[in-house]
Design a protein around this ligand. Sequence first.
Ligand SMILES: *Cc1c(COP(=O)(O)O)cnc(C)c1O
Length: 395
Amino acid sequence: MTTHEVAAQLDRDDPLAAARKAFLLPPDTVYLDGNSLGALPASVPERVRRVVAEQWGEHLIGAWYEDGWWDAPLRVGDRLGRLLGAAPGQTVAGDSTSVQLFNALTAAARLRPGRDILLMDDAGFPTDRYLAASVARMLGLELREAPVSGFEEALADCGERLAVVTASAVDFRTGELWDLARLTAATHREGGVVVWDVSHAVGAVPLAVDRDGVDFAVGCGYKFLSGGPGAPAFGYAARRHHDHLDQPLTGWNGHTDPFAMTPDYRPAEGIARCRIGTPAILSLLALDAALDVFDGVDLRQLRRKSLSLSRFFIACVDEHLAGRGFELVTPRRDERRGSQLTLGHPEAARLMAALVERGITGDVRPPNLLRFGLNGLYVSHADVLTTVLALRSLT
Ligand SMILES: *Cc1c(COP(=O)(O)O)cnc(C)c1O
């Protein structure tokens, strides 16, 4: 079979092929940047219109209760919880990933008084690194860095001083997926608390935060979740920590009785204490509508599709791009890949600009990386082949 025939066969056999119809993608677009800004789900425009015109426009302030605005952070949080493998009542939607991470790191460190090391992924997303450094400074912790591949040794070195460990589930540059269960267990063996950033995993990789004993997780709403530009992020805190959770951003929405307007802060029971201030309702309800695309989607099936796409991508790179200066950065082993493929090339910037001109969108990350997000809900094997053949013609 030619590569074209293989792509056609894989797309014919794809049980998720129809999912693309749930998105409003321009025709003839190959969109491989859904790991940065997810495509627009068809359910969003009408829902946002109604929230604005009918709820805000007609119900005015009554909409906070009549239309469920007040409960939306926890209701949407529970919908996100399903994608995290979290039972209801442990996830809150709102604010940015940066804010959620600050809250989680600080609350996590406060669960381990007397311990003074914060260990972080040395290849983390910049905001994660900047915030970990700030939290360490604020709380007087020693900040240590290690590659996630070396966490087990680094953890043992920290010993009884270990307070908090933080890393991304999927490396935003290489697309490498880490073993959350194993690293969470290793953290717990040293008495530490773990904060996972699942921004590049949620909605693409089945997660099992409850089963894996994860303490905290945070993540982004606008990548694989397609919640829209600047969509609210989310925070998960395991139920066993709720009663002791001392989160630093003690906003009035997390108060046990916000409308009593008391002078002193008393945290709400449960995950509600992780609410901060008034949520951005329009964005939150856009995210809520976007999550409809996951209703009825089996995440294991989505994972199989995503792995099929990246496996096919790798096969196409081997077959069509050999000797043209490309380096496969993403691991070849299925269980080590998230849902993106990264290629190194000395002319990455020129190549991506030329791809975009041809209607193929991915992105570049310094110094020389081409990133291709593979959202199994709307990317096809034919898209992958088109991309590889375009790269071939450009090199
Ligand atoms: C995308 C991403 C963020 C984004 O943070 P914002 O506060 O939403 O800008 C943070 N961390 C990781 C790992 C990400 O991939």
